[in-house]
Design a protein around this ligand. Structure first.
Ligand SMILES: Nc1ncnc2c1ncn2[C@@H]1O[C@H](COP(=O)(O)OP(=O)(O)OP(=O)(O)O)[C@@H](O)[C@H]1O
Ligand SMILES: [Mg+2]
Length: 375
């Protein structure tokens, strides 16, 4: 029975190789990739295969549709040049609960540890924002963007002192970041366009001051400044940044931030529902070194975000991450209630909450901003 199942599974994979044109013609023979193993676990199937030398691996991505036609949308393909793993999920995966105790030892070597998610092998993937600066998170409504932001921010708050990390939060939907408002690390939580613009003007001043300091002390990075001028890291996190994109000033500051922020210890995490080339021009995109694509609408969006096949994802909390390479990951899920509980020890009383310096920006009213989006 299991031999037959194995054989049938192999036959099906070879048929998909054939349809995808994934073979070499040597003389009169076709040489297909070699199938090393077929594993069945639960409702899932996992194949491992290697390409014959000389076969262009780009064919796999180009003709990915052939695999989807054979195995359905619940597939994940990992590999780069020779060895590939194809996983076929037939069952809805279980939610992965957020567990800080499990995350802590893995992120502790990082200066600013970002929690991403687990890969198919159960490995937790994290990275250091100081080394891979600026993150773009995109995905359709309900795909898991705000939930991942909640897990990332809570993890950072729990692992950094307020003297080491300052957070500036923008929440255009007014529904996500209120739980962080009284956290000591959090300088402000703003949800109107005009307040977010003021917040960014403040960040611009901070960038200028930090640039001056590095120049005066002739250092290449703020971490090298003398102790009396030590600066905390700053993270600017805006959920639904698209709602602000028609404001030139906002886009100018964000462009500057992502271009020069790394050596100044200032980082951006930006989320958006509908990525478009108009919102993310190439300069900005080139400087966002990590892209996270939850379920996206189509190949065009997947291309803009640079997360191949993110349009084929099916479950909330699943995403493709493109940083040093491409990962298929599942985010740990941190509910609002659990986050509040974890944040409780970091709360300060309301009148201690500092607001950003008042500056006089050119203000775009909220209604203007909203009209811009509903087109
Ligand atoms: N990692 C996860 N694991 C399991 N379920 C998740 C995960 N992340 C999100 N979900 C589910 O999806 C729902 C929507 O998530 P979330 O609010 O983060 O989406 P979103 O992308 O921010 O959507 P919107 O664009 O509408 O704001 C959550 O309420 C939860 O039920
Ligand atoms: Mg959201």
């Amino acid at each position: 029975m299991s031999i037959m199942r194995n054989l049938n599974a192999r036959r099906k994979l070879i048929k998909s190789f054939k349809s995808a044109g994934l073979y070499l013609n040597i003389g009169d023979n076709r040489v297909y990739p070699k199938i090393h193993s077929v594993k069945f676990t639960g409702g899932n199937t996992e194949y491992v295969f290697t390409l014959p030398n000389g076969l262009d691996p780009a064919i796999i991505r180009k003709n990915y549709y052939a695999f989807v036609q054979y195995f359905g949308k619940g597939i994940e393909l990992e590999g780069e040049y020779k060895r590939f793993t194809l996983s076929i999920r037939t069952k809805k995966p279980a939610t992965l609960p957020y567990d800080f105790e499990e995350i802590q030892p893995i992120i502790s070597p990082h200066k600013l540890g970002i929690i991403c998610g687990i890969d198919r092998g159960g490995q937790l993937k994290t990275f250091d924002l100081t080394k891979q600066p600026h993150i773009l998170i995109a995905g359709e409504t309900g795909s898991g963007k705000s939930s991942l932001l909640r897990a990332i921010l809570t993890t950072l708050i729990k692992s950094k002192k307020p003297s080491e990390l300052e957070l500036y939060l923008g929440d255009m939907k007014k529904s996500e970041f209120h739980i962080f408002r009284r956290v000591e690390h959090v300088k402000c939580v703003h949800s109107s366009a005009s307040d977010i613009i003021s917040m960014l003007m403040h960040i611009k001043t901070e960038l200028d001051e930090r640039s001056n300091l590095t120049e005066v002390f002739e250092v290449g990075h703020i971490d090298e400044l003398p102790p009396e001028h030590k600066c905390p890291y700053i993270i600017v996190c805006i959920d639904e940044v698209v709602m602000l994109h028609k404001n030139e000033e906002v886009m100018e500051i964000l462009t500057e931030l992502v271009a020069i922020g790394r050596t100044l210890g200032v980082f951006a995490i930006l989320s958006m529902q509908r990525p478009s080339a108009k919102v993310l021009d190439t300069t900005v995109r080139a400087n966002l070194t990590t892209s996270i694509g939850f379920k996206l609408r189509d190949t065009v969006e997947a291309k803009i975000v640079n997360t191949p096949n993110a349009h084929l994802l099916e479950h909330s909390g699943h995403f493709i991450m493109n940083s040093d390479k491409i990962y298929g990951l599942q985010a740990p899920y941190l509910t609002m209630e659990k986050a509040k509980e974890l944040l409780n020890p970091f709360m300060i009383s309301k009148n201690e909450v500092k607001e950003v310096k008042e500056v006089e920006p050119e203000i775009l009213t909220e209604s203007e901003v909203f009209f811009d989006v509903v087109d």
